[in-house]
Design a protein around this ligand. Structure first.
Ligand code: PMP
Ligand code: GLN
Length: 414
């Protein structure tokens, strides 16, 4: 294998998706909705397949023209920028595609990239594949458990610690708000600290905002690109998979200034060249609808978080009954739950040599309790994994029947 693949052959999704499929367990692991997407979305896809025959052919390399136009219009408002559909929007194969292009296009051999722990796992191998060096900085849980549940907002960056990670070699920082796996939604004040450092040290920001519509309790999502001086140094990444509950469509995008996006286009034109046409046409129709309904009760971006918040609250209640302590998420598909009491009671669960406790616990839970989750240590650097092996991540963007099945399993467990 090429040297750039050294040390990145392991992947948590491979292992836990396989376990979920092999066992008759309630799957609260990998993040995907198991309910039907909204009707308007699937109808738009059907129309794209059965309508204009030219939609069976290649479309524009950097994004299907109607899609880039509507994305420019829709996000231009949110990002407070006059977006040029040709220059400021690039369509990719999912947000994964957008992230991969960002690292390949902008991170050079020896460049440092700051990753905030816990982080969506792919940022680390993607930094390394580009020849870069990940530099980690933790979100620190504010207080110890005092009878009250913690919120993901209680996990914060130490501003001085963050500042100490910026060096002359720092090329970029990755911000993921709302954050997978914690569900943290960064406040304006927190984003300002990051933005000030980016400006001071002339650092780029890769902002993964795939969960931007999934925010709860009246919280507001803020795009870091809207902060002063940030537009010109930020790539804002989104995903139709998360926006419309269609993760299998794999339509994603990056929004940003032309002087950055042109390099991502160079990666694209020399690798995939096109993204599938029909999914892009369908996503165009969906955004056309959402633009008309923006902020109104019929908007999917209004309805989805309302429904998801209910599932979140249901799951929190259920997990408490067996003695897990969920960290209340402000956003995303996920929550993490503290399993320290189990670690104290059953410290010696079987597992492979050096396997983190959370991973061993989940394998035990799948077999004995019929529930699948994801170990939170998978979202930490190798040095930190052992300090965060007493949390597991659950996905609550699930149908009522799945949530009910979870409830039944937890009632039996009690
Ligand atoms: N970023 C984050 C934070 C994610 O959780 C995911 C997983 N869905 C992605 C990016 C990738 O998104 P996509 O499925 O659109 O490639
Ligand atoms: N983003 C999803 C999650 O965090 C899926 C990741 C994956 O399957 N690679 O669960």
């Amino acid at each position: 294998p090429a040297r750039r693949l050294e040390g990145i052959d392991k992947n948590p999704w491979l292992e836990f998706v396989k376990l979920a499929n092999e066992n008759e367990a309630v799957n609260l692991g990998q993040g995907f909705p198991d309910f039907a997407p909204p009707k308007f979305a699937t109808e738009a896809f059907q129309q794209a397949v059965s309508g204009d025959v030219m939609l069976n052919q290649y479309t524009r390399a950097f994004g299907h023209p109607p899609l880039v136009k509507i994305l420019a219009k829709f996000f231009g408002k949110l990002l407070e920028q006059d977006l040029d559909p040709q220059k400021n929007v690039l369509v990719t194969v999912g947000a994964y595609g957008a992230l991969f292009y960002a690292f390949q296009a902008l991170v050079d051999e020896g460049d440092e990239v700051i990753l905030i722990e816990p982080y969506f796992d792919c940022y680390e191998p993607m930094t390394k594949m580009a020849g870069g060096c990940p530099v980690f900085v933790p979100l620190r849980p504010a207080s110890t458990y005092k009878g009250q549940l913690m919120s993901s907002g209680d996990w914060q960056l130490d501003p001085d610690e963050l500042a100490s990670k910026f060096t002359p070699r720092t090329k970029a920082i990755v911000i993921n708000s709302p954050n997978n796996p914690l569900g943290k939604v960064f406040s304006r004040a927190e984003l300002e600290i990051v933005a000030n450092l980016c400006r001071k040290h002339d650092v780029l920001c890769i902002s993964d905002e795939v969960y931007q519509w999934l925010v709860y309790d009246g919280k507001k999502h803020i795009s870091i690109a809207t902060l002063p001086g940030m537009w010109e140094r930020t790539l804002t990444i989104g995903s139709a998979g998360k926006a419309f509950s269609v993760t299998g469509w794999k339509v994603g995008w990056t929004l940003g200034p032309d002087h950055l996006l042109k390099h991502l286009r160079t990666v694209h034109q020399n690798s995939l060249y096109h993204c599938p046409t029909q999914g892009q046409e369908a996503v165009f129709s969906n955004f056309e609808r959402e633009l008309k309904l923006f902020g109104q009760p019929d908007s999917y971006f209004v309805q989805l978080p309302e429904a998801t918040q209910k599932s979140r609250d249901h799951m929190i209640e259920s997990l408490l009954t067996v003695g897990m302590r969920p960290v209340i998420p402000q956003g995303t598909y996920f929550l993490i739950a503290d399993i320290s009491t189990f670690k104290e009671k059953m410290p010696d669960l079987p597992g492979s040599e050096g396997e983190a406790y959370d991973s061993r616990f989940i394998k035990w839970m799948i077999k004995n309790k019929g529930l699948v989750a994801i170990p939170v240590s998978a979202f930490y650097s190798s040095e930190q994994k052992k300090h965060f092996d007493h949390y597991i991540r659950f996905c609550y963007v699930k149908s009522d029947s799945t949530i009910k099945a979870m409830d039944d399993k937890l009632q039996q467990w009690k």
